[in-house]
Design a binder for this molecule. Structure first.
Ligand SMILES: [Cu+2]
Length: 147
């Protein structure tokens, strides 16, 4: 349990304006696509926007939303993602996510990769993403998912 806690702390990134919780990415083979998920917590009393995502391990990154259209889930690119003042936005499977195209190396389960998230107000934040195919279910279960 102590080890798990240490791992969770290692992956939690703190800024005084924005906090990123539970960052993870699905494994992918070189040349393939993947998606990144996390929770954005806006600690300020001003709305903020995630406007850009970059990383060294892939060719392109897009912020996607998933919407149900005629009973089918469809994803589309959104230029930015708003996180209202003192609020939290989750990027999770079947919802908002960062789509990553053409990874330039194998993203292996158990390793980590860094993404740079750019926010309009908070600026750039480097976040280490854990590569895992364990979706961890919902946020409420984090910290207990390995039991
Ligand atoms: Cu997508």
């Amino acid at each position: 349990m102590k080890i798990l806690l240490a791992i969770l702390m290692l992956f939690a990134v703190n800024s005084d304006k924005i906090k990123i919780n539970d960052p993870w990415m699905r494994p992918a083979a070189s040349g393939g696509n993947t998606a990144a998920y996390f929770e954005i917590q806006n600690l300020t009393d001003k709305d903020d926007q995630l406007i850009k995502v970059e990383g060294k391990f892939a060719d392109s990154f897009e912020i996607h939303e998933t919407k149900e259209v005629n009973g089918k889930m469809k994803m589309s690119e959104v230029g930015q993602l708003t996180v209202k003042a003192k609020s939290t936005v989750s990027l999770k499977p079947k919802g908002n996510h960062v789509m990553i195209f053409d990874v330039t190396k194998d993203l292996k389960k158990g390793s980590t990769e860094t993404l740079t998230l750019t926010f309009k107000n908070a600026g750039k934040i480097d976040v280490k993403f854990k590569i895992t195919d364990n979706t961890g279910n919902d946020k409420q279960n984090s910290g207990h998912q390995h039991h």
